[in-house]
Design a protein around this ligand. Structure first.
Ligand code: KG4
Ligand code: ZN
Length: 343
């Protein structure tokens, strides 16, 4: 079954074709970075307008690259949650129209669950999922979410821990914005940190390691501590901006790692699957893949951030179960199920 995937939840306009939930036949990711860079962050109105302008051409390109014709597509999968409402609506409306015009099934999916599915895809002849079996520990880290969960199936997760304030990606983005490091923040800080001293600044780690919060994280304190350093940084010359980036990144990864390792220890789950834009972070990848007692699986860099291949991939599994979405399904900017249930 050849599924066309559409993803427009934030500022990437994406379309892909995936066969049987595995083989990527095409994966087009078009970035809006130059349009948002002057504001050092995503401007929702610009994002949805650009999606409207681009979605048709992006889908055409995905079809061309897959060497298929429109009539070869068996079903359409699209992100309808969570994300920027206006942006989601563009992809969703386009996918509905495509499915309706072709009279083929259509499925609306959760893009955070899709991030966790990314390592199950096949890129070229390379099969990424090397024996990943459920259950595993999921680490979902993006601009809007930070979730540690137990995954028992592609659509069956139990949230063990979350951020109690900002998402980790958001902290990267805000720090980069305040220091004028560039946009997008995560990628820029990751690159700068390669040339910095990560022990130059000692930023606080939240005391969230006990009781109900053992698997939770917090990034608002770290973000503010780094931002508050700006005035001192301006007058003190013996540190570089790369030192700030490296010290911040180290602390951000320390926070994530502590909660994740607590969850691994308590659940006995030793396989960790990461997904989301922050899963591209080089320090996080290095740290987690070095753990002898844990097996950590990361998607390749191009499948960490938002992409439509993961949408088509996970969509296939719903469709294979006979599930389809009604054409009146709408977008949801937030997903309630991603909140942790405290006892
Ligand atoms: O999954 P994603 O593409 O979109 C959302 O669903 O939010 O994630 C985007 C986030 C942004 O906050 C971006 O700064 C962050 O992922 N990011 C990174 C890196 N590359 C992207 N954060 C840290 N290190 C990176 N290399
Ligand atoms: Zn995402």
């Amino acid at each position: 079954m050849k599924v066309l995937g559409i993803e427009t939840s934030c500022d990437e306009c994406c379309a892909a074709v995936v066969e049987n939930g595995k083989k990527i036949l095409s994966n087009v990711i078009t970035s809006q970075i130059p349009f948002h860079a002057p504001w050092s962050g995503v401007v929702p109105e610009i994002a949805s307008r650009k999606h409207t302008e681009w979605i048709y051409a992006v889908t055409n390109e995905a079809l061309e690259k897959s060497k298929l014709r429109v009539t070869d597509i068996d079903a359409v999968a699209v992100t309808n949650r969570p994300g920027l409402f206006g942006s989601l609506l563009v992809g969703l409306s386009f996918a509905k129209a495509f499915a309706w015009a072709r009279n083929i099934p259509f499925i609306a999916v959760d893009h955070m669950l899709a991030h966790l599915y990314a390592p199950f895809l096949e890129v070229g002849s390379e099969r990424l999922e090397v024996g990943i079996e459920y259950p595993f520990l999921g680490l979902l880290v993006s601009g809007g979410h930070t979730i540690i969960c137990r995954a028992d199936g592609f659509d069956d997760i139990t949230v063990l821990g979350t951020t109690i304030d900002d998402a980790v990606g958001e902290a990267f983005d805000k720090v980069a914005k305040f220091y004028n490091f560039g946009y997008p923040g995560g990628l820029v800080i990751d690159k700068m940190a390669q040339n910095g001293d990560n022990s130059a600044f000692r930023f606080p780690i939240p005391s969230l390691h006990k009781g109900d919060h053992r698997y939770d994280v917090s990034y608002s304190g770290l973000k503010n501590a780094v931002i508050n350093q700006l005035d001192i940084f301006k007058v003190k010359t013996d540190f570089t901006k790369e030192d700030i980036a490296a010290s911040f990144q180290k602390t951000a990864v320390d926070i994530l790692q502590r909660a994740l390792f607590n969850a691994a220890e308590d659940t006995g789950l030793s396989v960790i699957v990461a997904g989301g834009g922050v899963a591209a972070n080089s320090l996080l990848r290095e740290r987690l893949t070095q753990q002898a007692h844990l097996s950590c699986v990361f998607p390749p860099l191009e499948l960490c951030g938002d992409n439509a291949a993961m949408i088509a991939g996970i969509g296939y599994h719903y469709l294979a179960r006979g599930e389809v979405s009604a054409l009146d399904v709408t977008a949801q900017s937030r997903v309630i199920g991603f909140k942790k249930k405290y006892p």
